[in-house]
Design a protein around this ligand. Sequence first.
Ligand SMILES: NC(=O)c1ccc[n+]([C@@H]2O[C@H](COP(=O)([O-])OP(=O)(O)OC[C@H]3O[C@@H](n4cnc5c(N)ncnc54)[C@H](OP(=O)(O)O)[C@@H]3O)[C@@H](O)[C@H]2O)c1
Length: 290
Amino acid sequence: MEHKAIHKEGPTFSRLIAGAWRWNLEESKVEQLIQTSLNADITTFDHADIYGDHSNEEIFGNVLKKNPGLRNKMEIVTKVGIKFCSGRRPKTWVKHYDTSKEHILWTADNSLKLFNTDRIELLLIHRPDPLLNPEEVAEAFGQLRKSGKVLNFGVSNFTPTQFEMLQSYLPFPLVTNQIELSLTSHAPLFDGTMDVLMKHRVGAMAWSPLGGGKLVKEGNQELFNKASKYGATQSQLSLAWLLRHPGNIFPVIGTTKPERITEAAKAVDFKMDVQDWFEMLLVVQGKEMP
Ligand SMILES: NC(=O)c1ccc[n+]([C@@H]2O[C@H](COP(=O)([O-])OP(=O)(O)OC[C@H]3O[C@@H](n4cnc5c(N)ncnc54)[C@H](OP(=O)(O)O)[C@@H]3O)[C@@H](O)[C@H]2O)c1
């Protein structure tokens, strides 16, 4: 597995990242998923405070508590900023975003406690908040950085202008924008999202790289007719398509099956031919490049 800096001043991550959104599972199962990921040299794990109705960080953290050697073998990414109605958050009556300094600081402390750790490698603002006050975010990030509780910062689902606006308030770099990017959601390759990240030498994290499973479940023969040429499975080919892009893309895989983690990890070994890349794009777009 390749390990690469997501930004020159940022953390080094495994090129494939294990996403924990769907890991609302028994602790023993999560332990197995963590071990399988690490065995495949996938060392970076993607979380959010809200995953599993606010319980996935805690389940993951219980595994870390039980296995003290694990923490230093991995990098943890988590997110803050979404609030939704939940029995665990009785004061919230409508889904909304909260990027206030108070909420960012409280959530980071809570995540540290739930993970049983003293640091988070990367904290992201989960969604662009129309009420985001960049000065407050900068203060919260600065405080977390100074205390060593959070080592790096980034955003998720931000447009290029939202990214550059927040960056302009920070004395240190946003190291990523985690965006929906796959053969089914390839707009960021054409709408300026990837261009602006590349302009700033910022790597992208690609969420739902298999379109949430849709890509492979549909079994589109035309799309995957190159699989035998590469000796690759459909999911490996979908990931290799993302990895072929020069923009330092880190796919965040979401499977809950250990064998699929092992399978996905091999995608980094395939180097896709440029014409095969465009042929796959042609199938999903339904038309040739202009
Ligand atoms: N920043 C954001 O706003 C945001 C939003 C969404 C997700 N994310 C992050 O991105 C991560 C990945 O998202 P995702 O789970 O949608 O990713 P994904 O890898 O595109 O989809 C995972 C889904 O595909 C299924 N799948 C995988 N391989 C399969 C196969 N060979 N055949 C049939 N089904 C297959 C999985 O089922 P099995 O479990 O049965 O394998 C799972 O349901 C999340 O965990 C989270 O960390 C971030």
